[in-house]
Design a protein around this ligand. Structure first.
Ligand code: HEC
Length: 158
């Protein structure tokens, strides 16, 4: 009798945990990752033509990197192909990499200040897109010539 009560009590206590698993937390994270990428402006630089299309680029084409350099006092930098770079990282490595300082105009503080749960959601989403495209050029120091088109980040007098 006592034993039966314990079995019933355990089943009642465990039920909520089983229900959580049934709700597929992975797809929830993927959806949140898509939302975060959309509202945090990552596509503005990492998805070619996103601004020109007023944000109408389908998610399947997101984050493949832009071969147009950003030139300024830091040299010339390129918005990376995140689908490629993140495919080479474990989730743990991503949590560390995401918080590193980066060259302008990458707003690295947006990732540094993000919660681990949100960073993991971004990781799950980007990984779910699969790998497309190739690596963008690596950044070069000031004065080094490049062969790609560039956008100059230099203030001009009015
Ligand atoms: C204003 C343009 C811009 C925006 C917006 C932007 N990035 Fe970047 N991002 C860059 C550039 C340029 C680099 C290369 C920086 C360097 O070489 O150090 C970069 C580098 C990175 C890197 C490291 C490079 C790699 O291979 O993984 C990550 C990760 C990254 N961005 C993620 C994001 C995410 C996520 C968002 C949205 C929250 C975002 N970026 C928004 C321009 C941008």
């Amino acid at each position: 009798m006592k034993f039966n009560h314990m079995v019933v009590a355990s089943a009642v206590l465990l039920a909520p945990f089983c229900a959580t698993h049934a709700a597929s937390p992975v797809s929830d994270a993927v959806k949140r990752g898509e939302y975060l990428i959309r509202i945090a402006g990552c596509n503005d630089c990492h998805t070619p033509g996103y601004g020109e299309k007023l944000g109408a680029t389908p998610a399947s084409e997101w984050l493949t990197g832009s071969p147009v350099g950003y030139r300024g006092p830091w040299g010339t930098s390129y918005a990376a192909n995140l689908r490629l770079s993140m495919s080479k990282l474990t989730e743990e490595q991503w949590l560390q990499q995401a918080k590193l300082p980066r060259l302008p105009p990458m707003p690295f503080w947006a990732l540094k200040d993000m919660s681990d749960a949100d960073l993991k959601a971004i990781y799950q989403f980007v990984r779910s897109l699969g790998v497309v495209g190739s690596a963008m050029p690596t950044a070069v120091s000031p004065g080094t010539p490049v062969k790609t088109p560039v956008i100059d980040f230099v203030p001009h007098a009015p």
